[in-house]
Design a protein around this ligand. Structure first.
Ligand code: F6P
Length: 344
């Protein structure tokens, strides 16, 4: 009989509970015990755990957030923490850990694996920027929320003949902006992968007005950057344990410039954490469930140091190293499709 630890780290996202439920129920099939590690890696350092049985995961499939809690704790930042982590794994008799997280949490999982601790990763992030997998769970829910917001902003922008700038999450990559912008019929999409020139943006928006349109929707990723600005727009310069600052504010900067240059009333909507909250879509519930089951199967095979990934319609194991070595940036072919509709 094995004892499997499960943790959720980094920013939360819809579908985390669906993975936890799948891990627990699949482990039960093998008569293995599962133990929940509270608040990401922090729980392993503090020895903060909770039992997880069928009864604990009952009813959590549609719930947003994570029943285990999360944190942005980097377990190997301090030498002392690494020691505590190993001691607690031994103390609780954990045989393998399912680590559910994005680039930072899985980056730490790779290091923990290299210390000789059996780990399996599950790709989570609304940003969809992990390599090795076509999609991460949480992303579909985020783009559904953003698409609905764009639809709503369209009607008010149209009524008031305004330009509305919608700022969405996406620290390093513009997947949310590109996909939701495409689904919502955005008139301009600004992403981190493509530094922009505000003059060119205004020229395209003007083309729309020349074509008789009296409103526009501009979708911008929080990590997008004008070509002539040498730093990202931030809310605070304070860094988290993985060295990230909190981004935000580029929407306001752009809106001010657009209004000044075009003389058209412009408003800003920053969607923020609403993109990460609430119930997962059916797609994310299914993907999260498949990932959770596949993670337990990898443990059964003793196939550690891997992340479960979606490739085509199959769930396959990929090296954790591959998943975290570089970010998956937006496919420019996809962006070019969205671009066809700008200025029209
Ligand atoms: O990594 C996911 C993400 O949602 C990013 O898009 C965003 O920059 C960040 O988390 C926000 O994090 P926090 O929860 O610390 O505000």
């Amino acid at each position: 009989m094995k004892k499997i630890g499960v943790l959720t780290g980094g920013g939360d996202c819809p579908g985390l509970n669906a993975v936890i439920r799948a891990v627990v129920k699949k482990s039960n099939k093998y008569r293995w015990a599962t133990i929940g590690i509270k608040n990401g890696w922090k729980g392993l350092i503090d020895g903060d755990t909770t039992p997880l049985s069928n009864h604990h995961v009952s009813g959590i499939l549609p719930k947003g957030g994570t029943i285990l809690g999360t944190s942005r704790t980097n377990p190997l930042k301090e030498k002392e923490d690494g020691k505590k982590l190993t001691e607690n794994i031994n103390k609780f008799g954990i045989d393998a850990i399912v680590v559910i997280g994005g680039e930072d949490t899985l980056g730490a999982a790779l290091k923990v694996h290299k210390m000789g601790i059996p780990v399996v990763g599950v790709p989570k992030t609304i940003d969809n920027d992990l390599s090795g997998t076509d999609f991460t769970f949480g992303f579909d829910t985020a783009i559904s929320i953003v698409t609905e917001a764009i639809d709503r902003l369209h009607t008010t922008a149209e009524s008031h003949h305004r330009i509305i700038v919608v700022e969405v999450m996406g620290r390093h990559t513009g997947w949310i902006a590109t996909m939701a912008g495409m689904a919502g019929g955005a008139d301009e999409i600004l992403i981190p992968e493509k530094p922009f020139d505000i003059n060119v943006i205004c020229k395209k928006l003007k083309e729309r007005y020349d074509n008789g349109k009296t409103f526009s929707i501009v979708v911008v990723s929080e990590g997008a950057k004008p070509r002539d600005m040498n730093k990202l727009a931030t809310l605070t310069e304070q860094k988290d344990e993985f060295g990230h600052v909190r981004l935000g504010g580029i929407g306001n900067i752009i809106a001010k410039e657009i209004e000044k240059r075009m003389g058209v009333e412009t408003r800003v909507t920053i969607l923020g954490h609403v993109q990460r909250g609430g119930t997962p879509t059916a797609y994310d519930r299914i993907l999260a469930t498949r990932f959770g089951v596949a993670a337990v199967e990898l443990i059964k095979e003793g196939n550690y140091g891997k992340m479960v990934a979606l490739q085509g319609n199959k769930i396959v194991p990929v090296e954790l190293e591959t998943a975290v070595s570089k970010l998956k940036t937006v496919d420019m072919k996809l962006y070019e499709i969205a671009e066809i509709f700008f200025g029209k």
